[in-house]
Design a protein around this ligand. Structure first.
Ligand code: AMP
Ligand code: MG
Length: 407
C-alpha cells in the first residue's frame, strides 16, 4: 500500500496551475498574481513634505534663530506653487509639494509666526522632512511578482501605480459528486435508513476555503449508470471530488466507473486512518479524487490531498496547511503500519501547545472533527504514542491560535 508521503507526492506532481484571468482590484486580495507588475511612474510623483511646517532654503536657516518672510502656502493638492527665494519661506502641509527654491522643511513646532513673517527656532540638514519623488517606487520598478498571493498592501501598491486590473490565476471549479442510495439533501424530511448528504456541504465549504469554486451535483444513486452520468457532468469542472462507493461493499461502483470512463488511476488505498480507501486518478488533465463516504474520512482526505492539489491549480506557492509541534496530553493507541490522523484540541500554555484527542476517532463521527482544530500526525511505524511525547500537528483552523490579543 502507498504511504501518505507517496500519495501526496503523486497527487501534487499530477496537477499544475490553471490559466489566468483579469480581475478588478477590489476582488484581487487573496488571489494569486499571474504577471509581474511594473510601475509606469514614480511614487510619490513629486517631492513633498513629511510635516506641517515651512518650506525654506537651507542656506537661510544654517544659523538660527532667523526671521523669514512668508510668501505663500503649499497645501496638499496645490497646483500653482509659490517660489521660495532667499530670505523667504512658504507654509507647507503634510503631503503638499515642495515649492521651487525650497530644499528643507522646518516643522511648525520649531517656528513662531509673527504677522507675515516666521521666526525659525531651529532647522535640520538639507532635505530634512522632504519625501523625494520615487522614494517608494521608481518608474520601471517591478512592484509585485507573479506567484504572489495578493495582500491588502499589494492591492494598495497596485492602485498607487495606476493598475485597476490584475492578471491572476483562475480559481479551480470543483465538482462535488455524492454517491449513495441512503443519501438525502439537508432540506428533505428524513426517514429511517437515510443519511443527509453532509459531505457535499462540508466539502463545498472546504473548497471555498482552499480558493476554489464548489459545484455540488445532484446525489447519484449506487448504480453504474447514475454514477457514470454524474461523472460526465462533473467532467466539465477543473477537478472532481466524489464521495462514497470506493470501499469493497457490494454497491461500491465508483472505482469501476472511474476505470470504465478512462480515468487514469494513479492509486487506490493509502496506508492511513482515516481514509484508507482513497482513490486518485486523472481525467484529461483534471484530478479526480474518489473520497471515502464517511464524513470524517472525506474531509480529512480533502485537507491532506485535495487541498494541496487545488492550491497548486490556483497558482499558490504555499500548498499546505500550517504545521506545529505539540505535547501529547495522554497516551494514544494506534494501528502499526498506518499513519493515523487524530482529531485533536489544541491548548496554548505560554508558547507551548498541548494536543488532546477530541474523543472517539470513528470516521463517521463528524462532531469529533468539528470540536478539534488540528490533526495529530501519528507515524505509521508506531504502535502507540506516549503522554508527554512531542507530536506534529496539522492546523486545520488558522484562527485556532489567535484568541490571545497580541498586546
Ligand atoms: P461508503 O464509502 O459509500 O461505503 O460510505 C461510508 C459511510 O459514509 C456510510 O455510512 C455512508 O452512509 C456515509 N456517507 C456516504 N456518503 C455520504 C455523504 N455524502 N454524506 C454523509 N455521509 C455519507
Ligand atoms: Mg455508499
Amino acid at each position: 500500500m502507498l504511504s501518505v508521503h507517496q500519495a501526496l507526492e503523486q497527487i501534487v506532481g499530477a496537477v499544475s496551475p490553471l490559466g489566468a484571468e483579469r480581475v478588478g482590484l477590489f476582488a484581487a486580495a487573496g488571489r494569486v498574481l499571474a504577471e509581474d507588475v511594473r510601475s509606469p511612474r514614480d511614487v510619490p510623483g513629486y517631492a513633498n513634505s513629511a510635516m506641517d511646517g515651512f518650506a525654506v532654503r537651507q542656506a537661510d536657516v544654517a544659523r538660527t534663530p532667523v526671521r523669514l518672510r512668508v510668501i505663500g502656502i503649499s497645501a496638499a493638492g496645490t497646483r500653482s506653487l509659490p517660489a521660495v527665494g532667499p530670505g523667504e519661506a512658504a507654509r507647507i502641509m503634510t503631503g503638499a509639494p515642495v515649492p521651487p527654491g525650497a530644499d528643507t522643511v522646518v516643522r511648525v513646532e520649531d517656528t513662531r509666526t509673527e504677522g507675515d513673517e516666521v521666526v525659525i527656532g531651529g532647522a535640520g540638514a538639507k532635505g530634512k522632512d522632504i519625501r523625494l519623488a520615487g522614494e517608494d517606487v521608481r518608474v520601471g520598478d517591478t512592484v509585485l511578482r507573479r506567484g504572489r498571493r495578493l495582500t491588502p498592501a499589494d492591492v494598495g501598491l497596485a492602485a498607487s501605480v495606476g493598475r485597476t486590473l490584475l492578471l491572476v490565476h483562475r480559481r479551480p471549479r470543483v465538482a462535488i459528486l455524492s454517491t449513495g442510495n441512503e443519501l438525502i439533501e439537508a432540506d428533505q424530511p428524513i426517514e429511517s435508513g437515510q443519511v443527509v448528504n453532509s459531505n457535499a456541504y462540508a466539502l463545498a465549504a472546504a473548497v471555498a476555503e482552499a480558493g476554489g469554486i464548489a459545484l455540488p451535483l445532484a446525489i447519484a444513486r449506487d448504480t453504474p449508470e447514475e454514477i457514470r452520468a454524474a461523472f460526465d457532468e462533473a467532467a466539465r469542472a477543473d477537478a472532481i471530488l466524489s464521495t462514497g462507493g470506493v470501499s469493497v461493499g457490494d454497491f461500491d461502483y465508483v472505482k469501476a466507473v472511474m476505470d470504465e470512463i478512462g480515468i487514469d488511476r494513479l492509486f487506490w488505498k493509502v496506508a492511513q486512518k482515516p481514509g484508507k480507501p482513497l482513490t486518485f486518478g486523472m481525467l484529461a488533465g483534471r484530478p479526480v479524487f474518489g473520497l471515502p463516504g464517511n464524513p470524517v474520512s472525506a474531509l480529512v482526505c480533502f485537507y491532506l490531498y485535495a487541498r494541496p492539489a487545488l492550491r497548486r491549480m490556483g497558482g499558490f506557492r504555499s500548498l499546505y496547511l500550517p504545521i506545529a509541534t505539540a505535547t501529547l496530553a495522554h497516551d494514544v493507541k494506534k494501528t502499526e503500519g498506518l499513519t493515523e490522523f487524530i482529531r485533536c484540541r489544541l491548548e496554548r500554555r505560554g508558547t507551548a501547545l498541548t494536543a488532546s484527542s477530541t474523543g472517539t476517532q470513528s470516521s463517521s463521527v463528524l462532531s469529533s472533527m468539528s470540536q478539534g482544530q488540528a490533526l495529530i500526525v501519528a507515524p505509521a511505524q508506531e504502535k502507540s504514542l506516549r503522554e508527554g511525547a512531542t507530536v506534529r500537528v496539522i492546523l486545520l483552523d488558522p484562527e485556532a491560535a489567535s484568541e490571545e490579543a497580541p498586546f
